[in-house]
Design a protein around this ligand. Structure first.
Ligand SMILES: [Cu+2]
Length: 159
């Protein structure tokens, strides 16, 4: 009895040729296994791209109001300290926009009649670009800004 590289039994017909149906099944199984192996790194990549925003339970300690409008995000620079529990209430004064901060895993649509409430824990100091994520017109590309997370002051330990 023969087996192929995937351990599938090859049935040999009376004329000593492997059964055609079995050959097809083996080829298909090999293709499926190859696809699975090739798709695993892609799944890992997709999972890491769509990482969840680090969030928190309970009330925020910083609440910010952000307005999106043709063609600006106001304010376009938001500064919060490391460790802050931030809630941003994002509204639109005209058409549908989207608030995206890829570095913090944020991407939410903002309807004119329905503000988006976005929460994040300011975990890692740095500058995180933000932009409009829904094509809203000719000035869409100008709708940018940054969220800056400043490092927490070091606490001196008394001797
Ligand atoms: Cu836009």
């Amino acid at each position: 009895m023969e087996e192929d590289m995937n351990g599938f039994r090859i049935v040999v017909a009376a004329d000593n040729e492997p059964n055609l149906h079995t050959k097809r099944l083996c080829r298909r199984a090999a293709k499926d296994a190859t696809l699975l192996l090739l798709s695993l790194p892609l799944l890992v990549l997709i999972q890491s791209c769509g990482k969840k925003t680090p969030t928190f339970a309970g009330p925020p300690d910083t609440v910010l109001s952000v307005v999106m409008k043709k063609w600006a995000i106001v304010p376009d620079r938001i500064v919060v300290p490391e460790g802050a529990r931030v809630e941003m209430v994002v509204s639109s004064t005209d058409v549908e926009h989207g608030i995206a901060v890829p570095g913090l895993g944020i991407n939410e649509p903002v309807q004119p009649s329905k503000p988006a409430v976005v929460r994040f824990l300011a975990r890692t100091p740095g500058t995180y670009p933000m932009h409009c994520s829904i094509l809203c017109g000719r000035g869409h590309d100008k709708m940018t800004g940054v969220i800056v997370i400043t490092p927490a002051p070091k606490v001196a330990v008394p001797k």
